[in-house]
Design a protein around this ligand. Structure first.
Ligand code: FES
Length: 103
């Protein structure tokens, strides 16, 4: 799949992750400064939505058990999360945020 426009970039604010659906994948969007990031919204530890977690800069903390992930890479950074979540390429064009869930 190619890049898909998912939201106006200005609608994603730092510290306030946003959930969107691309195809059949739920994607959590994050902003740090003027950079944007996209992760698979489903925590790799159990059933929880990362977009409902607390964001600390480039870290998202899962709302269920406190596992942490780097929003730039999806890499697990803190117990009890060990497995990464998928990180998707993001680009901004004409004020829109585009995500490539196949990337
Ligand atoms: S469900 Fe996310 S850390 Fe357990």
């Amino acid at each position: 799949m190619a890049f898909t426009r998912v939201i106006d970039a200005e609608d994603v604010q730092e510290g306030h992750p946003v959930l969107v659906v691309v195809g059949d994948i739920e994607v959590a969007l994050f902003r740090v400064g003027n950079e944007y990031f996209a992760l698979d919204d489903l925590c790799s530890h159990a059933e929880a939505s990362l977009s409902e977690g607390d964001q600390y800069g480039h870290i998202i903390e899962c709302p269920r058990h406190g596992g942490r992930f780097d929003i730039r890479t999806g890499k697990a950074k803190h117990f009890p999360a060990f497995s990464p979540v998928s990180a998707f390429p993001v680009k901004v064009e004409d004020g829109g945020l585009f995500v490539d869930v196949a990337g």
